[in-house]
Design a binder for this molecule. Structure first.
Ligand code: FES
Ligand code: FE2
Length: 351
């Protein structure tokens, strides 16, 4: 049987001292939303003052799912026997008695909203530091001079590490997305470089002297000649990977623009994940058709990736014996990310 943490060689599947995306900001409103995150049921809502709140989502009285209760002001009233909890998780009312039982509070998770995303900290609350978020402005989020599109959230029946590895090896574009990503048929042939910093690891592919395909022509209507185009994959931690990148005029080297796909990956449980995609672009803000194209591409690309990693997850779940894993040079970046992720998980266990 394949280990539940495969391909990581660790005892726990995910790091908990980590910001993960719980929801798009627009999903968190004045009603109760339940999400499974790292194997925990989390209840999300917004206070009357507009603050996003994340509490444990199961009533500690008799395990009723709290999203089936209701909001009373900023309080959550359980729909079963009416135990009521404040936005800090504290139990404020037990209808059948005066006073509340000890230890009857809900867990309250640290939350920050950045880049129109609700980020949740799933580990020790005293370590929750917004400075540990990825640099969102650097990838085009929350910037008035960039356009961005939020793609529909999707759920994938696969362990989150399979999606990380999918994104870090974009040679799959040539095979899985050959007809959905213009120019994708050449990606597997582009040489790879791995660039590491403390906070990121980029598997860089720079396609050189590429002819203008119809998509590039729409994105850069002034452009005549060939371009250099990046098909990078930048690991910004387990919760976020950026793919795509800059396009330059091949003749002058001048930057034409940057088109990113941002992939936010949140484990729902050991073998399931929630997948958020946002496209950001530094050019063509006046042309909403470019946003529609990005959304349309996402609609076709996401199911192709989901189907691939769900097929692998099914192999793992089937219990068949796996062949000895082999890796190619192209996997160097993904293998380094495995080591980073293992180190992150182990550091929590030894702390
Ligand atoms: S289960 Fe919630 S009040 Fe009883
Ligand atoms: Fe893909």
């Amino acid at each position: 049987m394949t280990s539940p943490t495969y391909p990581l060689n660790v005892d726990q599947p995910y790091p908990r001292n980590q910001w993960w995306v719980a929801a798009y900001s627009a999903e968190v409103e004045r009603d109760l939303l339940a999400r499974d995150i790292l194997g925990e049921r989390v209840l999300l809502y917004r206070t009357e003052g507009g603050e996003a709140v994340a509490l444990s989502g199961i009533c500690p009285h008799r395990a009723f799912p709290l999203e089936k209760g209701r909001l009373v002001g900023d309080h959550v009233q359980c729909g079963y026997h009416g135990f009521t909890y404040g936005a800090d998780g504290g139990c404020v009312l037990v209808p059948s008695q005066s006073g509340v039982p000890q230890k009857s509070s809900l867990r309250c998770y640290p939350v920050v909203e950045r880049g129109d995303l609700v980020w949740i900290w799933t580990g020790r609350a005293d370590l929750a530091d917004p400075a540990l978020l990825p640099d969102l402005g650097a990838v085009g989020l929350g910037r008035p001079d960039w356009a961005c599109e939020q793609h529909p959230v999707c759920e994938v029946a696969a362990r989150y590490t399979l999606l990380i590895e999918n994104l870090l090896d974009l040679s799959h574009v040539t095979f899985i997305h050959a007809t959905t990503i213009p120019g994708g048929e050449k990606v597997a042939q582009i040489p790879v470089a791995v660039i590491e910093t403390d906070h990121s690891l980029t598997v860089q592919r720079k396609g050189e002297n590429l002819p203008l395909n119809p998509l590039l022509k729409m994105q850069f209507p002034e452009q005549d000649g060939p371009v250099h185009q990046h098909f990078d994959a930048e690991y910004l931690g387990p919760a976020m990977i950026r793919t795509g990148g800059a396009v330059h005029d091949a003749a002058s080297g001048q930057l034409l623009g940057i088109n990113n796909f941002l992939h936010m990956i949140t484990p729902a449980g050991p073998t399931s994940l929630r997948y958020f995609v946002i496209t950001t672009r530094s050019f063509g803000l006046e042309n909403p058709a470019l946003g529609q194209i990005n959304l349309g591409m996402g609609t076709r690309i996401q199911p192709e990736d989901s189907a691939a990693i769900e097929a692998i997850e099914q192999v793992f779940q089937s219990g068949v014996t796996l062949p000895m894993e082999i890796s190619a040079r192209v996997d160097n970046g993904a293998l380094k990310v495995r080591r980073r992720l293992e180190a992150q998980i182990r550091s929590e266990q030894s702390a």
